[in-house]
Design a binder for this molecule. Structure first.
Ligand SMILES: [Fe+2]
Ligand SMILES: [Fe+2]
Length: 208
């Protein structure tokens, strides 16, 4: 079974847990997510990991497409846009700001206790990839000395602690840059079949 499928079934993106964790992350940042369409986004935003060989790396940001298009069909373009821009890499490549879902997704990681995160990602085999990516990226990631020591020199629990601290700092630093889901051309997946889909030119943010 592919790594992405395992992640969705019982790993870091488990269908029965990850949406709840994202909801928890959202609540910590912006209050209780009462809008049912947000929960649909929480449920589907990562389904594009299905049958993927790896979680991060070249082309991995395309995992946003499937979930975003499912969400578009149920909730409309603004919520699709939330899903597209939940990936930092997707946004970086396209010069787009991250969405609220992106920060809630990162908070989900920050809030997950080690006794849930480590066994699940060990079981799927994701953990090795996450550890090596976090160490490969250290040049561009801007870890503090303390985070660097935890991420590079500790065991798995220390590594998780270091990466969660770094991620929390990243969330706090980007709170002001978040742009809520939009209904203009930004909600289109450029260069994919989805770009031929419906285009609306209204621009109505869903921020409350
Ligand atoms: Fe994702
Ligand atoms: Fe996610």
């Amino acid at each position: 079974m592919k790594l992405g499928t395992k992640s969705l079934l019982w790993g870091a993106h488990a269908f029965f847990l990850h949406p709840l964790q994202v909801g928890w992350g959202w609540q910590r940042l912006w209050g209780i997510p009462w809008d049912a369409r947000l929960w649909i986004a929480f449920l589907f935003h990562d389904v594009g990991y299905f049958k993927r060989d790896q979680m991060d790396g070249e082309g991995s940001d395309a995992h946003v497409i499937l979930g975003a298009e499912i969400v578009r069909s149920i909730c409309g373009p603004a919520y699709a846009d939330e899903c597209y821009r939940h990936s930092r890499e997707w946004c970086r490549r396209r010069g787009q700001p991250v969405s609220r879902l992106c920060l809630a997704d990162k908070m989900a990681f920050v809030l997950t206790p080690w006794w849930i995160y480590l066994p699940m990602t060990r079981l799927t085999g994701e953990l090795d990839e996450y550890v090596s990516r976090s160490r490969e990226n250290h040049g561009s990631s801007g870890y503090t000395e303390e985070e660097r020591a935890l991420i590079f020199d500790g065991g798995q629990r220390k590594w998780l602690q270091g990466l969660q601290r770094y991620t929390l700092r990243w969330v706090e630093a980007h709170m002001d840059e978040v742009v809520p889901g939009r209904t203009d051309e930004s909600a289109i997946a450029w260069g994919t079949p989805a770009s031929r889909w419906r285009i609306t030119i209204m621009s109505v943010p869903i921020a409350k």
